[in-house]
Design a protein around this ligand. Structure first.
Ligand code: 5AD
Ligand code: SF4
Length: 373
């Protein structure tokens, strides 16, 4: 007789190597609160066994809030004419990196809306060249600037970035089509192709999904986990969906789980992915912290190993408004890092600045390719 998911989780805690089936995943996602303690314990045990207690700070710089897309859930969508748009200059971006560098941060995420024009990619290339010229490969750069043509990805790679986050948002095509406009610019197939291009052009690839959007089912979330595993991603972050009052999806909030349930689902997704992919990097996202002030600790206790100190200058930060509720935070990475250090040590973890932060999963993947495995 097959084991129940609780029995499999107990075995994983003991050091076993149980495989979670789609049925196990849907069971774990839909059970009552009694599963939560065990799920967190299993994920945290597997994390400590595989990666240890270290938490890598990845400084996030939101370099522009302009976007050519119009995703129905997002405040940066081009149809949101109430949002003042900004582009940080190359100098401003390098100085934000320098600001993080002074506080020991060595891993940096440059994030923006999606802009296909040459000018945006060109300024990112310029930033990467300057970073490489100044700090060499001691600075680990991550990009999250949307779907780009393969040749632009290659150019960015040559300029010195080697990690890329492209969130699939949902792996279920039907749901994807419901939460994106049908205008030819939001094609599920194109997103999949870009993920494949990233892998083929040598990037460390990250992805992620939105959790708790209207119409999403636990079966769909279970498929997302299997999708991420089958794509052999190196990094992941889950965002609970948060309404943006000027976005069309907000009208359907009654079809989504309550906010508390979205947090719970996001934590369960984090824990399950950790159990399925023990050596990847999992981010505790700012969206999670938005819905729950203890989100970072809870994320870490459910298997996350990356925190994201904000390095966007405060004059821009409030306008990087993906969802409602973004508030001002101190413009001082020293204070942010001190608070993160305290959060980590309160739960027996250790913030490890000074690491460029390549995921162990990637290192093993490359070694196995080189060894012909
Ligand atoms: N709630 C949560 N996450 C969101 N994102 C965009 N809008 C929202 C929202 N309303 C996420 C998407 C996107 C990333 C930049 O932010 O997953 O990939
Ligand atoms: Fe643009 Fe990304 Fe927002 Fe979509 S989710 S509108 S691509 S910033």
């Amino acid at each position: 007789m097959s084991l129940l998911v609780e029995e499999k989780l107990e075995k994983l805690v003991q050091g076993g190597t149980e495989t979670l089936t789609k049925r196990d995943l849907t069971d774990a996602l839909s059970m009552g609160p009694s599963i939560d303690g065990l799920l967190a314990r299993a994920a945290h045990t597997v994390l400590l066994r595989t990666l240890g207690p270290g938490v890598c700070p990845t400084g996030i710089i939101e370099i522009s809030n302009s976007c050519q897309k119009n995703c129905l859930y997002c405040g940066l969508r081009r149809g949101n004419s109430t949002l003042p748009r900004y582009h940080m200059t190359v100098e401003e971006i390098v100085s934000a990196i320098e600001n993080g560098w002074r506080h020991g941060i060595r891993s940096f995420l440059l994030q923006s809306g999606e802009l296909l024009g040459e000018a945006h990619a060109g300024s990112v290339v310029e930033v990467l060249r300057r970073v490489a010229g100044r700090w060499g490969d001691e600075a680990g750069m991550v990009l999250s600037i949307g779907e780009l043509p393969r040749r632009t990805l290659e150019e960015l790679g040559k300029a010195g970035a080697h990690r890329y986050l492209l969130r699939i948002e949902t792996s279920e095509q039907e749901l994807y089509n419901r939460i994106h406009p049908k205008d030819g610019l939001h094609r599920f197939g194109a997103r999949l192709q870009c993920l494949a291009d990233l892998g083929e052009t040598g990037w460390q690839v990250g992805s992620g999904v939105l959790v708790g959007v209207p119409w999403q089912t636990v079966e769909s979330l279970a498929s997302d986990l299997l999708f991420l595993r089958d794509r052999d991603i190196d990094m992941c972050g889950f965002h609970p969906w948060i309404e943006h009052s000027d976005s069309p999806l907000a009208e359907y909030r009654d079809l989504a789980p309550e906010r508390e349930a979205r947090v719970r689902l996001t934590l369960r997704m984090t824990a399950l992915l950790r159990l399925m992919m023990p050596d990847i990097d999992i981010y505790a996202t700012t969206a999670l912290q938005m819905l729950d002030p203890d989100g970072p600790e809870k994320g870490l206790l459910h298997g996350a190993n990356v925190l994201m100190p904000g390095l966007t200058p405060s004059k821009y930060r409030l306008n990087y408004r993906l969802f409602d509720g973004r508030t001002a935070v101190p413009d001082d990475p020293g204070r942010v890092m001190a608070a993160m250090t305290a959060r980590c040590s309160a739960i027996g973890r250790k913030l490890m600045p000074g690491e460029p932060g390549d995921p162990l999963h990637y290192i093993r993947r490359i070694l196995s390719v080189r060894a012909g495995g």
